[in-house]
Design a protein around this ligand. Structure first.
Ligand code: AN0
Ligand code: CP
Length: 320
């Protein structure tokens, strides 16, 4: 595996889930696989789970992690090509990427969407420069349009908790005070479309996800109707994807608190589990009562980030 961006990169999902179970039940079985190998973990944005789980997954494999926070530990990096670098950016990505690549065997990168330039974000300009100039396998740790380590951990969690062969999974938009990227819902939709689940997306009008990720998924604009009989409720805020109207890209179109997942929403489900990738704003995305209830599985979901990262790193090490 040379890149981990999309569900297709992991191949057969049943095999990937079997591997996840094997890794989870015996995390240190591949302790010598990463010997004398290094993964560079690069952050352009904040993180709690991703930075910790990726390092933990590497350590389980005997793989040495190096973490770099761009602009804090490093020089501020210019990402645009062809600019006169007379501002506060001391170094260009064009040099920084091959230098980082020369110090490691695998590169993992977090670089969020700008939310200002749809064309640049949806062509993954930063992530693709890592592919082009590092010479190393690249993992997206949430780039402009995808968060595959999260979606894989979500699938592992659904597989663990499902009580039927084909559970109903509902992705619901929920309100948030700041504009957030579409990477998490894009990847969740892409992975759920590929998995054996009954998948429904619900959001206010204007929040339609890009069809390259959500294409084919059922969209139900009535949130309560969508939630009826759900086995899993996956809440997430995202800003306008700009599908119908590119001028609205990255904007907040609604802050309607009636979309906050509360006990009345959960009451119409089939005693569903509540999921969220975290970090979550309480009483914006989800009520205290729901996230504190025994049906909330946000902590085991976050714990599975180690498992998904370990399967991905293991596959990449095996292919080196
Ligand atoms: C980010 C997002 O919504 O993409 C990261 C989630 C894993 N969330 C925030 O910035 C709050
Ligand atoms: N879910 C997730 O990616 O969390 P962090 O942003 O804290 O890494």
């Amino acid at each position: 595996m040379r890149t981990f961006f999309h569900v297709q990169d992991i191949g057969d999902l049943k095999k990937a889930l079997e591997e996840a179970r094997a890794v989870k039940s015996n995390p240190f079985a591949w302790k010598s696989l990463g010997e004398n190998r290094t993964v560079m973990i690069v952050f352009f944005n904040s993180s709690l789970r991703t930075r910790l789980s990726t390092q933990k997954a590497a350590l389980n494999l005997g793989l040495s992690p190096i973490v770099l926070n761009i602009g804090q530990d490093s020089w501020k990096l210019e990402t645009e090509l062809g600019v006169v670098m007379d501002g506060d950016k001391s170094e260009h990505l064009r040099e920084a990427i091959p230098v980082m690549g020369s110090y490691c065997d695998i590169i993992a990168v977090r670089a969020f969407a700008s939310l200002s330039d749809r064309q640049a974000d949806y062509s993954e300009t930063i992530l693709n420069q890592f592919v082009q100039y590092s010479g190393k396998p690249v993992i997206s740790l949430e780039s402009a349009t995808v968060h595959p380590c999260q979606a894989f951990a979500d699938l592992i969690t659904i597989d663990e908790y499902r009580k039927s062969a084909r559970p109903k999974v509902v992705l619901t938009w929920a309100p948030h005070p700041k504009a957030l990227p579409q990477a998490v819902p894009n990847s969740f939709a892409e992975w759920m479309n590929a998995a054996d689940v009954d998948f429904v997306i619900t959001h206010p009008h204007g929040y339609e996800l890009d069809p390259r990720f959500a294409g084919g998924a059922r969209v139900e604009y009535d949130q309560m109707k969508a939630l009826e009989g759900a086995d899993f409720v996956y809440a997430k805020n995202w800003s306008c994807p700009g599908v119908a109207n590119p001028a609205d890209y990255g904007r907040i179109l609604s802050q309607d608190l009636s979309w906050t997942v509360d006990e009345a929403h959960m009451a119409v489900t089939d005693n569903a589990y509540f999921m969220h990738c975290l970090p979550v704003r309480r009483n914006m995305i989800v009520s205290d009562a729901v996230i504190d209830s025994p049906r909330s599985i946000v902590i085991p979901e976050a714990a599975n980030r180690v498992v998904s990262a370990q399967v991905v790193l293991k596959r990449m090490l095996e292919a080196l």
